[in-house]
Design a protein around this ligand. Structure first.
Ligand SMILES: [Zn+2]
Length: 251
């Protein structure tokens, strides 16, 4: 049984990562990863005063162009690595800022950061609906996932609201090796719901340097432990759909 090696949460020096995109791609090839996404920060909350972020139209387009170049390089040279254009959106940013700067069909993958309350679910729904209305071709809509999301915030009273939201808006749960508390057994009930409702799961390492680019072993163990292999396969199929010239995996 083959388990595709993915890390859909990587920061470059366009935000608070240490390495440039070239170094990340080179290392990912060396490590034999199958899929990676560069997901630099986008925020105008308190965080924007602390870390560099994708804070202008020009910077975002430079970022996307650079990822495009490496995507082309990988395809032209028949490399087995698939690279995605991602972004990590802090939803404690202002609605206006998010709507103004993010042109949603430019991205393959969007991570939502800081989903912690029913109010933040309402906020995110509103943004997603806005994004969906802003495009004409549904196929251009990116894959959506929750970055280092801790379901514990919703376990007491709001679990149904959360699951309904994930299902309806097609968001995946990320097994993040930098935040193991998010997949601790206190959240077992949540993982049972994911299995029951076939909600996709992914792996992201929140890599800010090359040292943990391949920290996927523990997340894979956890996916097996919670019996979510089918959920992982759903995600892999979604990735394949986003990039039709790559081989499909069977797991
Ligand atoms: Zn991150």
């Amino acid at each position: 049984m083959q388990f595709p090696k993915i890390n859909l949460h990587v920061h470059s020096n366009y935000s608070d990562g240490i390495n440039d995109i070239k170094q990340i791609v080179k290392k990912a090839l060396k490590l034999g990863l199958d899929y990676i996404a560069i997901t630099d920060h986008f925020t105008n909350s308190w965080k924007a005063g602390i870390i560099p972020t994708l804070n202008s139209i020009d910077k975002i387009s430079e970022y996307l162009d650079e990822i495009s170049n490496y995507q082309n390089y990988l395809i032209e040279n028949n490399k087995n690595l698939v690279l995605y254009k991602g972004i990590e959106v802090d939803i404690s940013s202002s609605e206006r800022y998010i709507k103004k700067f993010i042109q949603i069909d430019q991205f393959d993958l969007v991570l939502i950061e800081y989903l912690q309350t029913p109010e933040s679910i309402a906020f995110t729904k509103n943004i997603i609906r806005y994004w969906k209305n802003s495009i004409t071709n549904g196929d251009d809509f990116p894959i959506l996932g929750l970055a280092h999301f801790d379901p514990f915030y919703f376990l007491h009273g709001n679990l149904e609201i959360l699951i309904e939201f994930l299902k309806r808006y097609n968001l995946y749960f990320e097994f993040n090796s930098s935040y193991p508390q998010c997949y601790s057994s206190r959240n077992t009930q949540f993982f049972e719901k994911l299995r029951e409702h076939q909600i996709p799961v992914a792996i992201g390492c929140d890599s800010h340097n090359l040292a943990n680019l391949n920290d996927i072993e523990e997340p894979i163990e956890m996916i097996k432990y919670y019996n979510l292999k089918r959920n992982y396969k759903i995600l892999i199929d979604k990735l394949g759909f986003k990039n039709s010239n790559i081989p499909r995996f069977s797991i």
